[in-house]
Design a protein around this ligand. Structure first.
Ligand SMILES: [Zn+2]
Length: 500
């Protein structure tokens, strides 16, 4: 059994969950669900990032202790993920004791290895990023990410000797061409490393909301040095060596392009300094834009995932996020596009296929589903669809995977149109066509289940099949001929009622 360890970024608790967070987390969830269907041993980690100046300032602005703000907002992320049926295996909070201990152990190893040293630094600092920028990285004198002014800071701090890792990182990426995807982002990372890597300040003494350095408790760890190791903590770093050997390195870190540098440059170097392997792949996705602008707290264009779920339901919201945006590129979110895609793909294609099949089976087959034909014209389509669907999920491009799966739905609808079983007398010919359509629906239920867990289970049940799609194992469950026939087929209410 293969292991599959995938992480989302941990989200800052100064912010409420918005559709941008949901996009990353739904993608992670669907990819993990696909790997569970393959029979892989999956660890799916998400969580919240609770220390650091940004969270401390947000708490101060609200007049509460940072832990209270963290407790409150971490719960909002959990609630959002519950509403979207996110089946994470672990939800980590960086203020948990298990994490503080792991961070201190990690820092101590690097310190003992001689790659953390005391130094003075002056630079241009963006509080929102909690990072320094060089003057030529600024855009009109402002932070390139936030578009806000930076401050000139002088600090006597502890520094991580990132500069010592420049060649090792280049060698690593040379030897591991898939360590950063897509290729445009890999080139960006290589370009950044080739410009030359400066040492980074990894401690703060101006505030105390963080993990104290074990050898100098007057300093707390820079928030990224405390956030990134969450991926180690959840894998059992320094608490369970057998567990850690099983899960580490992580297979995928899913990240937005704004935090690529931290994950693809700083993090691999930190791991090397601690004698650990870098993650197998950092997969960088684009931003979900609203009217062409990045969603952010400061720009007030956030959409709460809960509002979409209340309006469209969890499955349709998940489907839209997975299908509308090509992973790796920026996507534009609009309500109109969401309604259009819902009607086209869910109501008209999938919903309509199920409803037609159930209606014809009720009237022409006495409500009992006939078995499919081994030589059905849909059999070869199903085989191609499975291959293309597996390829899409395997490349972490859910939009391709779903497009492939939907081909089987379209072809099954076309198969009905071509044969017009509703016009024929009950008998062998109608049974043959309907058995094929039922089998196509069975396969669709399995292949679409990572995106639409509820609807897939509902289709499965209405076809009279025992168990549920999540209990199935691929590739066997996608092989033509799995629908046994002789099962009661239920029509029920529309799976996805059309919207205006
Ligand atoms: Zn910034």
């Amino acid at each position: 059994m293969a292991k599959f360890y995938l992480t989302t970024p941990i989200y800052y608790v100064n912010d409420a969950p918005h559709v941008g967070h949901a996009y990353t987390t739904v993608t992670a969830d669907a990819v993990c669900r696909w790997h569970r269907l393959l029979g892989d041993d999956v660890l799916f980690l998400t969580g919240t990032d609770e220390y650091g100046l940004k969270n401390s300032q947000a708490a101060e602005a609200q007049g509460v202790h940072p832990q209270l703000l963290a407790d409150r907002n971490s719960e909002r992320f959990r609630a959002a993920w519950d509403s979207l049926d996110i089946a994470y295996d672990d939800f980590i909070r960086t203020t948990e004791a298990r994490h503080g201990n792991a961070v201190q152990a990690f820092l101590q190893v690097i310190y003992d290895n001689g790659d953390i040293e005391r130094d003075t630094y002056q630079g241009l600092y963006c509080v929102a990023c909690e990072a320094y920028y060089t003057p030529d990285e600024l855009v009109d004198g402002n932070c390139p990410i936030h578009g806000r002014p930076v401050q000139l800071l002088t600090e006597e701090n502890w520094f991580f000797r990132l500069s010592r890792y420049q060649q090792r990182l280049l060698d690593y990426f040379e030897a591991h061409p898939d360590a950063v995807i897509p290729p445009t982002r890999r080139n960006e990372v290589l370009g950044f490393i080739r410009q030359g890597l400066a040492d980074i300040s990894i401690s703060r003494s101006s505030f105390d909301w963080g993990v104290p350095l074990p050898w100098d408790p007057a300093h707390v760890a820079w928030v990224w040095f405390d956030a990134l190791p969450n991926y180690l903590t959840a894998a059992g770093y320094r608490t369970d060596s057998e567990r850690f050997a099983h899960w580490w390195p992580a297979d995928y870190h899913l990240v937005g392009k704004d935090i690529l540098r931290f994950h693809a440059v700083y993090w691999p170097a930190m791991l090397m300094a601690a004698g650990l392997d870098p993650p197998r792949c950092v997969a960088s996705h684009g931003w979900l834009l609203v009217s062409g602008e990045k969603m952010s707290k400061t720009r007030l264009n956030q959409i709460a995932p809960g509002d979409l779920v209340a309006d469209f339901g969890s499955d349709a919201t998940r489907y839209h996020l997975l299908r509308e945006v090509t992973f790796g590129s920026d996507g534009d979110f609009s309500y109109e596009a969401m309604v259009a895609r819902y009607n086209a793909d869910l109501a008209n294609n999938l919903g309509n296929l199920l409803s037609r099949v159930a209606t014809i089976v009720a009237t022409k087959c006495a409500g009992v589903g006939p078995p499919p034909r081994p030589q059905s014209p849909l059999a070869s389509v199903a085989a191609e669809v499975y291959a293309a669907t597996a390829d899409g999920w395997g490349r972490l491009v859910p939009s391709d995977a779903l497009e492939a799966t939907w081909r089987l739905i379209r072809e099954a609808n076309a198969h009905l149109e071509a044969n017009e079983p509703w016009k024929a007398e009950p008998g062998t010919a109608v049974d043959a066509v309907m058995g094929d359509a039922l089998e196509a629906l069975r396969i669709v239920a399995v292949l679409a289940s990572p995106a639409l867990p509820h609807a897939a289970a509902d289709v499965w049940r209405r076809l009279g099949l025992p168990g549920s799609p999540v209990d199935q194992r691929l590739p066997a469950a996608a092989a033509w001929g799995g629908y046994p026939g002789g099962l009661p087929v239920e029509k029920g209410t529309p799976l996805f009622p059309r919207r205006k």
